[in-house]
Design a protein around this ligand. Structure first.
Ligand code: FE2
Ligand code: FE2
Length: 134
């Protein structure tokens, strides 16, 4: 998968820091998917490193995003934090499994294929519209 150099403006959340973090996450996710679907998982060391990077960037991002939303008085912050927390738990399991040489395909697909684009398009875009007018 090709690395994207800029975020599609339709997915901008009206905050440069958060847009930049989303772009980094999307690129790390693409590399992880590439490992997975191109059957490069054999190179488990690189795959684990990729997931480690993705995991830590996502944790940093959630922290930043929640801080910014708190500062702006975003009304749905509590639900948004819960959504982040439940994902963080699943992503931590995924990373732990991969570190131990175990590939949990359903969790992998949930964490990489399903959750990230859905969260960006639905949950994050919702606060994006809010930030546009606040
Ligand atoms: Fe979010
Ligand atoms: Fe986000």
């Amino acid at each position: 998968m090709t690395k994207i150099s800029s975020l599609d403006p339709r997915f901008s959340v009206s905050n440069k820091t958060l847009d930049r973090q989303h772009l980094t996450i999307l690129n790390l996710r693409s590399s992880a998917l590439e490992f997975f679907y191109d059957d490069k998982v054999g190179d488990l060391k690189k795959f684990t490193k990729n997931l480690y990077e993705l995991h830590s960037r996502i944790l940093d991002h959630f922290y930043t995003e929640e801080e910014i939303l708190l500062k702006h008085g975003y009304a749905n912050l509590e639900e948004h934090i819960l959504e982040h927390s439940s994902y963080t738990e699943k992503l931590s399991y995924l990373f732990f499994d991969v570190s131990n040489g175990v590939i949990d395909k359903p969790n992998m697909e949930f964490c990489l294929l399903d959750w990230v684009p859905r969260h960006l398009a639905e949950w994050d875009m919702e606060y994006g519209h809010f930030l546009q007018i606040h």
